[in-house]
Each structure stands twice: as C-alpha cells, then as structure tokens.
Design a protein around this ligand. Sequence first.
Ligand SMILES: Nc1ncnc2c1ncn2[C@@H]1O[C@H](COP(=O)(O)OP(=O)(O)OP(=O)(O)O)[C@@H](O)[C@H]1O
Ligand SMILES: [Mg+2]
Length: 337
Amino acid sequence: MIEIQNLVKIYESGKQKVKGVQDVSLTINDGEIFGIVGYSGAGKSTLLRCINMLEWPTSGNVKIDGVDLTSLSRQELRRARQKIGMIFQHFHLVRSKTVFDNVAFALKAAGKSKQEIRNKVDDLLEMVGLQDKRDAYPSQLSGGQKQRVGIARALANDPNVLLCDEATSALDPGTTRQILLLLKKINQELGITIVLITHEMGVVKEICDRIAVMQDGKIIECGEVYELFARPEEPLTRSFIDSVLQLELPEHLVKNRRGTLVRLQYRGEAASDTVISDMLQSFRVKGNIIHGKIEYIQNKPLGILVLELIGDESEVKRAIDFMHERTGGLEVIEHAA
Ligand SMILES: Nc1ncnc2c1ncn2[C@@H]1O[C@H](COP(=O)(O)OP(=O)(O)OP(=O)(O)O)[C@@H](O)[C@H]1O
Ligand SMILES: [Mg+2]
C-alpha cells in the first residue's frame, strides 16, 4: 500500500518558489491500477516522482507498506527504490546498449550473477514479447518496442510498484492499446500495483480502477473510474470525461429546439429500466431522442441519452424531477427559448 500524507513539493529557483504539489494525501491500494490525470503543469509528474523520492518532498511523507521513505538512509532508500519500477514517455533507454544490456543493467547494479541475469532478462523479454530483439539497439526499435524494453527494465528487480509517467503519450493509438494491455497483464499476472499518469481519458477508461484528478498541485477529485464517469462532481473532471465520451451535440441540434434538452446518464442496472416510458406515461410531455450511446467502463455499461422534452413548463419540470430521481444523473442542457 502506498500512503501519501500531506505531501508538499515546492521548487525553489533563485527567489522564485513554484508549487509543484500542494498538500496531497492519497492512499493507493495493493494491486490496483491508479490513474492520475490533469492538464500540463498540474503536478502529476512531481507527485509521481515523490513516490520513489526522485523528488524529495518539501514536507509530508510517503509510506510504502508502512515504511516512510523520507526517513530512510541513502542505502536503505536505494534498496527500497529497487522495488519501485518506473517507465517514461520517452523511454530513457541507453542508446549504446543492446536491448539485453538495457534490461540487464538494473540487475547488474543489484549484484546478480551472470547466469541469474541471463535467465531473468530472457524471461522478461518473453513477458514483453521481445525475445527476437534481444541483440538490437534502441535505434532499431519502434516506439512501442522501446517502451516494452522500458517495461522489461522496470520489472527487472521484481518491483511491487510500477510508476508510469505518460508511458503511452508518444505512441499511436494502436500501439498505446497494446502497451496498455501489457500493463494490465503485468498487473494481473504479477500483482504489481501500477500508478499511471496520463492526460488521455481513453487510457483511464481502458485500464484504471481508480483515478485522481489534479489541478494546481492539488487533487480535486478522486474515486473509482466508473463512479467518476457516471457522476463527476468537478467541472474539470467532467470536461476530461466528456472528451472521451464524445457526446458533443452539433450546434444546430442544440439551437432551434422547441423543447427542453436534457442529458441523462444511467448506470448499468438502470440501462434496461423503463424510466423513459414511465416518464412519458406519467406526465403530459412528448420526448424525442436526440442522441444516445452506451459506454462500457470496466465492463460495466453506462448509458447516456440526450432527450428533448416538449410540453407545458410545469409538466416538463415534473418529468425532469422524476427522471432525475430515477437515474441519479440528469443535466438540463438547454431550455427552449
Ligand atoms: N525541476 C523543476 N524546477 C522548477 N519547477 C518545476 C520543476 N519541475 C516541475 N516544476 C513546476 O511544478 C509544476 C508541476 O509540474 P509537473 O511537471 O509536476 O506537472 P505535470 O502535471 O506533470 O505536467 P505535464 O503534463 O506537462 O507533464 C509546474 O508549475 C512546473 O513548472
Ligand atoms: Mg509530467
């Protein structure tokens, strides 16, 4: 378990003080895939780098399995760090070394024997699907292959935690998907806790269990991915989610409406529910379906529907209240003029 308590990181350059992370407290459970999202400069990398003390916190602490990393000696910290793997957006491979040697490097540093190293590297390359690239140099690899080497290297010392800083941001969508599947496999088969920074909600939707949304060095919202998708509270979270749900209505559909446009979100169990036909039977309103889809988030359906309601104002209002209660997620997009 990773416990971050009141973490503050202030960068000082000359007279200037820049707040990287401001008072973040967070618990990441064993075996989960935890996402950190936010715009550029929100403090995501700073927070991640404080988890393995690549950045030393200004105040607050980070405990991994009960051990406070800020209290360790250099040597103890070096040992603790071996159990925290990290991968990067731009891979950070050593260009003059082969794939084998890039992965072996961390094992040599940990003092393993030649035979142990050979066996381990072969296993790791098999795990990431790169046995045939054993003797290639990084320049001979595609981006996806480079990241696979990065992952193999990060796993060399059997870490409990894998930190990923925008690990798929330099990759095309197809390659991104493959790397995400590999991370999921690592999480499931090896039980490694993964903390992953991304600015793509598609990545979050694909593999994360929980996420934290960061803004100005703070966590503004945190929770299970499905719950946040179903009911985001903060506008920023909402805008991140909308970017992946792609439920923008064309302008001409929103304007020139006779009725009231509402957007409903309903959870899996309610997807087959009769909320809309019940509403139409109970109130003197007519309903037009303008847009709708069902998204699958962690294999759970989330229904999204845009409806136009036409009728007397008071009836429309009662119909909205009714659906609001039944679905728990309803937003009025636009009232008729
Ligand atoms: N080494 C540093 N020295 C001074 N300021 C820094 C340093 N690293 C980060 N910062 C500042 O801390 C804040 C948070 O930066 P951070 O890199 O954590 O953001 P981020 O969310 O990872 O952004 P991005 O999505 O662009 O990677 C920013 O204002 C940044 O300018
Ligand atoms: Mg960053």
